[in-house]
Design a protein around this ligand. Structure first.
Ligand code: NAP
Length: 305
């Protein structure tokens, strides 16, 4: 079986993973959106990773989804709303026992992908690392963090897991990946939409703690109803800790909105509200939050799904 890491999506996180794996001598191939993007990439001569004051370019080979050859190991590094359409393009190339590692934030996109590639093993990741694009094909490693990986259907650690340690990618295998993803989703729901609505940094929510608290109560009820009681434990305290620790930061949703980019709302607050609906749970604060956010995005001319 080939040990090449195919990386679908050479944006912020995809490039960060690609450069570290390539630096450690692992075989890496990028899969880019189309021929035009491939040509632009080839003209740039590779991916550039900026880390503290070090800048280094990696001439990682790239192709489009239409290239030939089976894919045994695929890292999907698109936004949540792009993951399923992107995987559809490479699905015919996925080998019978292929492993697909999904880096998407939130919940829902993982199942959309898994439905499209039932023959592959889908591994979910929850990342607290931070990276952003300084320009096309140039990424800054902005925040050290950690990656939890797991497969809700199969607790066996993948054979390639040590590649991550060898590449300096901090990671741990967990059998509770869904708990981690739900907890992160809940933290996001309690903080990010409010920063957009109140037009503030995370610390600005210290002036709206009543609203935050009411959301946490509903989110904890939802987590328990979804069979995730551990993700509900101490949620409100953690939300307050995150608000204090990141008081000067702008949330990812705030940054997306202010850059005129589509948000991942559908896979975050949208997912929470849909899950509540499926369980017949009335969560008026969360539903009102979603409604206000959708109106806000619509008024800005941004996609609201
Ligand atoms: P990003 O910088 O926008 O990168 C996404 C990449 O996907 C882009 O390069 C885009 O291509 C590519 N793409 C989209 N459709 C494609 C297709 N059909 N074929 C090939 N490539 C395709 O996004 P990101 O910030 O890395 O985020 C990726 C995921 O990681 C998100 O769910 C995010 O929430 C999560 N995450 C990000 C961070 C972070 O610090 N960035 C941290 C934790 C979690 P183009 O370049 O052609 O547009």
């Amino acid at each position: 079986m080939s040990s090449t890491w195919h990386i679908l999506g050479a944006g912020s996180l995809g490039s960060l993973w690609a450069c570290r794996l390539a630096r450690a001598g692992k075989a890496v191939r990028l899969i880019l959106r189309d021929g035009q993007r491939l040509q632009a990439y080839q003209q740039a001569g590779g991916l550039t990773l900026v880390e503290q004051d070090q800048t280094r370019r990696y001439a990682i080979p790239a192709e489009t989804a239409q290239a030939q050859g089976p894919i045994h190991r695929l890292l999907v590094a698109c936004k949540a709303y792009d993951a399923a359409p992107a995987i559809a393009g490479v699905a015919p190339r996925l080998a019978e026992s292929a492993e697909v590692l999904l880096l998407q934030n939130g919940l829902g996109s993982q199942d959309e992908v898994a439905d499209l590639v039932p023959h592959a093993r889908c591994i979910f990741a929850s990342s607290t690392e931070g990276a952003f694009r300084e320009g096309d094909w140039q990424v800054r490693f902005a925040g050290h963090g950690f990656n939890w990986l797991g497969d809700p259907r199969n607790p066996m650690i993948p054979a390639w897991f040590d590649d991550l340690h060898e590449a300096g990618i901090p990671a741990e295998w967990t059998v509770d990946i869904l708990t981690r993803l739900w907890r992160k989703l809940a933290l996001n729901c309690a903080i990010n939409p409010l920063t957009v609505l109140h037009d503030c940094q995370n610390g600005g929510l210290l002036g709206h703690l009543g609203e935050v608290q009411a959301l946490c109560v509903e989110l904890a009820r939802l987590l328990r109803r979804c069979g995730q009681p551990q993700a509900a434990e101490g949620l409100e305290e953690e939300v307050q800790r995150v608000i204090l620790a990141t008081a000067a930061n702008y949330s990812s949703m705030y940054q997306d909105v202010h850059a005129g980019r589509r948000t991942e709302l559908h896979y975050l607050l949208g997912h929470a509200c849909r899950a509540a609906g499926r369980h017949g749970l009335q969560l008026p604060q969360l539903e009102h939050l979603l409604q206000r956010l959708v109106e806000n995005l619509r008024a800005r001319g941004l996609p609201c799904d």
